[in-house]
Design a protein around this ligand. Structure first.
Ligand code: AMP
Ligand code: GLY
Length: 422
């Protein structure tokens, strides 16, 4: 089959890499793609959010399956446009995608359907938010509604600090994501894990899981980012983790979606806090995670393209959802100013090939000849497989060091503690 991956990050490079190896995949394309996807097939000069142009080009190129990478494509209704045109698409429609694109929608949905999640208050204005804090005790999680690329959440220890965050956001309309609503949440205590469920519109099953590192600095310090590293499978969670997620979270979510007339096709990323009372949902994402995908796909066996195609067509074939018992660790190389800003870099070495079991996936980038220009922020995710986490971690960091010395820049930084101290 002929497959299109929509998006331009390291997640999409990883998806394209794995899809291209599927026996059923005869050609792979990306829109707009990056320096990595360009090595496997054509990058189309079409934006990830331009549903109309994507439909036209998919028809011209006889595309059999489209895989949506970023939340922006889901929220722009690219899935709706492709489905209307009769093109198989792995990724939800805009309406079901509100589980990610609106935190308020997601929280209310969970409340309606009994999905465990932190207690919360929605405020539509600065005054309402301040008022809600009047009788608040303890830590506060302040969240901007809307898509803010992982930057719209601040966890603070007390009400005064929460007031300060709100003051900064509301003065001069600087709410991350550009909305006007905020959520105030109780802080959950426990360990975070991301579980990826596969959905074909009728069923929802846990596919795999990973842990990611959201803070910019070692020891979970500094601001929240889109993710600075990840490992899979998670360590230190109960053996019946998937059963409990299926019963407590996926079953009521699916029932709720069906009751509300929604059909969810794609990956439902469940960002969970595993508390002493079991899993609670922190957030849903309507897509694969970045950088979690980069550590999931090296572990996937079977024909990945067939797996996603079968789900897109409403009858997922789980015989292609096999996972190697090996561990995978991924370390993100980012420009030093990330997540505050992203400094573009030019003329990086374009050959990022690594030894057996190791891969480097490009973030937003463009290849010309042997060189690569990057848009900055998260530049590369370096991953390594190993028989256990320690082996994977040591290979990943060896690969990071060898790559860093070859790239021709010293502007990149990375966390030293991915998959350490577990
Ligand atoms: P989100 O974008 O909603 O995933 O939030 C980003 C990060 O903030 C999460 O990965 C958590 O580390 C933290 N966080 C968000 N909500 C909560 C909560 N209710 N309790 C504790 N931590 C939270
Ligand atoms: N790694 C978090 C995300 O993809 O949203």
């Amino acid at each position: 089959m002929r497959v299109l991956v929509v998006g331009n990050g390291a997640r999409e490079d990883a998806l394209s890499w794995r899809l291209a190896q599927s026996p059923s995949c005869e050609a792979i394309f990306a829109a707009p793609g990056n320096a990595g996807t360009a090595t496997r097939g054509d990058n189309w000069n079409v934006a990830a959010t331009d549903g109309k142009a994507l439909v036209e080009r998919c028809r011209d190129e006889r595309i059999d399956l489209v895989v949506l990478g970023p939340e922006t494509a889901v929220a722009a209704g690219v899935g709706d446009r492709l489905r209307e045109a009769g093109i198989a698409v792995f990724g939800p429609n805009r309406s079901a995608g509100r589980l990610e694109s609106s935190k308020v929608f997601a929280k209310r949905f969970m409340e309606r359907h009994g999905v465990p999640s932190a207690r919360f208050v929605v405020a539509h204005s600065h005054d309402a938010a301040k008022k809600a804090l009047d009788d608040w005790n303890g830590a506060v999680v302040v969240k901007a509604d809307g898509l803010a690329a992982g930057k719209g959440v601040v966890v603070v220890p007390d009400v005064d600090s929460a007031r300060a965050v709100l003051g900064e956001w509301y003065s001069g309309n600087k709410l991350p994501g550009g909305g006007s609503d905020v959520l105030l949440e109780e802080k959950l205590e426990g360990r975070e894990v991301s579980v990826f469920a596969l959905a074909d519109g009728r069923a929802m099953v846990p596919l795999s899981a990973a842990c990611d590192y959201k803070r910019a600095g070692d020891g979970d310090t500094g601001p929240n980012t889109g993710g600075m590293g990840a490992y899979s499978p998670p360590r230190g969670f109960p053996d019946d983790m998937y059963d409990r997620v299926r019963e407590r979270i996926l079953a009521p979510v699916l029932r709720g979606l069906l009751a509300e007339g929604e059909s969810y096709v794609g990956v439902l990323y469940c960002g969970l806090m595993w508390t002493k009372d079991g899993p609670y949902v922190i957030e849903f994402n309507a897509r694969f995670g970045d950088p979690e995908t980069q550590v999931l796909v090296p572990r996937i066996g079977g024909d990945f393209a067939l797996l996603l195609k079968s789900a897109a067509e409403g009858a997922m074939d789980l015989s292609h959802a096999t996972f190697s018992p090996q561990s995978c660790v991924g370390v993100v190389l980012a420009t030093g100013d990330y997540p505050r800003s992203s400094t573009p870099l030019t003329g990086l070495a374009g050959d990022v090939s690594l030894g057996e079991g190791c891969h480097a996936f490009w973030g937003g980038s463009r290849r010309h000849g042997d060189a690569v220009d990057v848009s900055g922020g998260r530049v590369l995710t370096v991953t390594a497989l190993g028989d256990d986490l320690a082996a994977a971690r040591s290979r990943a960091y060896d690969a990071v060091k060898s790559l860093a010395s070859r790239l021709g820049t010293d502007a990149l930084t990375y966390r030293r503690d991915i998959a350490a101290n577990l």
